[in-house]
Design a protein. Sequence first.
Length: 182
Amino acid sequence: MKCPSCHVGILQNDTIDNLFPCKTCDHCQGHWLLLKDYMYWKNHSDKKPIIEDTDISAIETKNALICPLSGTLMIKYRISNEVENRIDYSRHCSAIWLDHGEWQLIKKLDLAYQLNDIFTTNWQKKVKDNASSQLSDKCYIERFGEEDYKKIKEIRDWLVNHPQSNNLFNYLNAINFSNRNK
Ligand SMILES: [Zn+2]
């Protein structure tokens, strides 16, 4: 089977951390694996993923991949909003492509047991929501400064969770800012 990513190497039988079978490209070192093999390890084995102390930087393929089994387009799924890497997934074959270093990255993010969750709508929604809340945080920090933003966020959290939040809010809202400066 030819490598769907680099199109140069051949996929050779291998395992990931001796946990579950995969095929590894003898050129780009990417891994091809079936979701069912991963799930079997996750649900039936007590073998733990190996925590490496070497830092392998994960590469990220920008190009769309074609599933080598079904010939259909693989879909890219963001792993987390902390990293830009996306994992390619063939829905047709329930198969996963991990670029070289991505399994190490997944372990580093403490997601070795959540690989299958990444391909769910809920997970992807969470990644998107987190990214947009980080973006609005950035805008507010630019506007208010870091210290004031931290303070107003604390006040807001206290206010929205307070049993009298409406009354408290009305009280604040009634402040006459034009008089204050006189
Ligand atoms: Zn390859």
